[in-house]
Design a protein around this ligand. Structure first.
Ligand code: ATP
Ligand code: MG
Length: 335
C-alpha cells in the first residue's frame, strides 16, 4: 500500500463514491435515485441535518452519477464561509451558461454544491435566491446545511428538502466492522457498541474514534482502548460503582473507583462528571433521590475545583452515597 494511502484518514478513504455505498438513509437515497433516472426532473436540493451523516458525501455522489469521471468540470463546489462567497457563485455560473451551449454530457445543467449554506448572511442569501432564479436553465443547486431554518423561506421553497438525522445504530456498527476488517483490526462487539453510543449517530465521529483507537494496540480495538480514546470510563462500570455505594458496599465501590482511575487514568473531575450523568440514567432511583445525590455531587465537584485531592474526595463522595443509601433503606424499613 502506498504511504499516502496508509496515512489517509479513514473517513476520506472510505467515503462512499456511489449512492449504493451510502450507509443507512435508504429513503433519501431512493428518492434521489428516482430523480437521477431522469435528471431533467431533478429540482434544486437541500440536504439538512446533523454533522457526519453523509450530506456532503451524497452531494458528491450525485455529481459523479450525473457526469461520471468528468464530474469536476461540471460541478462548482463552494463553502459558504469561503471568502470568495457569492460573487464566485455568480461568476462561475456565467461560465456554466457559456458551457451550456455545448452541453454537460447528456445533462442539461451544471451543478452547484454550496456547503454550510446556513452560514450565509441574509443579503448573501437574497443574492443567491436571485442567482437561482436567473440561472435555473443552466444550473441546479445542492444546498447543504445543518439547520434548514436558517435559510430564507424563498430559497427553501425552491428546493426539495432532505433531512438527515442520527444514523441507524446497527448500520453504523456494521460499517465500523467492515472497515475494521479491511484494516485488519479486530473490533470487539462491546467496543463497537461504545463507539456508536458515544457518536450519537455521527458516522464521521465514530470512524475517527475507531481509527484513533486502532492506533493504540496492534490489531485489536477493545472497550478499554475506546474508553481511553473517548475520555470516558465504561458507563456500566460507573453505574456499578454508584450502586455498590448506594447499597452499602463502600469498600467495593471504592475498589471499583480505583479500577476506573487506574485503568483509564481519568481525573477526579472527569469521573464525577460521569457519575452525574450515569446517575440520571438509573431508573431505580426516584427524581427526588437523584436531586439529593446531585447535591452531594455538586459539593465534591466544587472541592475538586479548589484543588482537593481526587482519591480522598471521591472516596468521601462514595461514603456520602453510602450514607444516603442507608437512609433510604431505613425509610423503607420504617414504612
Ligand atoms: N451515511 C453515510 N454513509 C457512509 N459514510 C458516511 C455516511 N455519513 C458519514 N459518512 C462518513 O463520514 C465522513 C463525513 O461525512 P460527510 O462529510 O458526508 O458528513 P456531513 O453530513 O456533510 O457532515 P457536516 O454537516 O459536518 O458537513 C464521510 O467521509 C464518510 O466516510
Ligand atoms: Mg458536510
Amino acid at each position: 500500500m502506498a504511504v499516502t494511502e496508509e496515512a489517509l484518514m479513514w473517513v476520506e478513504k472510505y467515503r462512499p463514491k456511489t449512492l449504493d455505498e451510502v450507509v443507512d438513509l435508504r429513503d433519501i437515497v431512493d428518492s434521489l435515485k428516482a430523480f437521477l433516472k431522469n435528471p431533467k426532473t431533478m429540482p434544486h436540493l437541500m440536504l439538512a441535518g446533523i454533522p457526519g451523516t453523509g450530506k456532503t458525501t451524497i452531494a458528491l455522489c450525485i455529481a459523479r452519477e450525473l457526469y461520471g469521471q468528468n464530474w469536476r468540470n461540471f460541478t462548482l463546489e463552494l463553502n459558504a464561509s469561503d471568502e470568495r462567497g457569492i460573487d464566485t457563485v455568480r461568476e462561475r455560473i456565467k461560465d456554466f451558461s457559456r458551457y451550456s451551449r455545448a452541453g454537460f454530457g447528456n445533462i442539461p445543467f451544471a451543478l452547484v454544491i454550496l456547503d454550510e449554506s446556513d452560514m450565509m448572511t441574509g443579503p448573501a442569501q437574497t443574492a443567491l435566491r436571485r442567482i437561482m432564479e436567473t440561472s435555473s436553465r443552466t444550473s441546479r443547486f445542492i444546498l447543504i446545511c445543518n439547520q434548514s431554518s436558517k435559510i430564507i423561506e424563498p430559497i427553501q421553497s425552491r428546493c426539495a428538502i432532505f433531512r438527515f438525522s442520527r444514523l441507524d445504530r446497527q448500520a453504523m456498527k456494521e460499517h465500523l466492522q467492515n472497515i475494521a476488517k479491511k484494516e485488519n483490526v479486530k473490533l470487539l462487539p462491546e467496543a463497537a457498541e461504545r463507539i456508536v453510543d458515544f457518536s450519537e449517530g455521527d458516522l464521521r465521529h465514530a470512524m475517527n474514534a475507531l481509527q484513533t483507537a486502532s492506533a493504540y494496540k496492534e490489531g485489536v480495538v477493545d472497550e478499554k482502548t475506546v474508553s481511553m480514546v473517548i475520555g470516558e470510563a465504561s458507563p456500566m462500570q460507573v453505574q456499578k460503582m454508584i450502586r455498590k455505594a448506594l447499597y452499602g458496599d463502600f469498600m467495593e465501590a471504592r475498589k471499583t473507583m480505583y479500577d476506573i482511575m487506574g485503568s483509564f487514568g481519568f481525573s477526579g473531575s472527569e469521573i464525577i462528571r460521569q457519575v452525574q450523568r450515569e446517575l440520571f440514567k438509573m431508573s431505580d432511583l426516584t427524581p427526588e433521590q437523584k436531586a439529593e445525590l446531585s447535591n452531594i455531587i455538586g459539593e465534591y465537584d466544587y472541592r475538586l475545583t479548589q484543588g482537593a485531592n481526587s482519591d480522598i474526595q471521591l472516596s468521601a463522595l462514595l461514603a456520602q452515597f453510602a450514607k444516603f443509601g442507608k437512609s433510604i433503606e431505613e425509610s423503607y424499613d420504617a414504612q
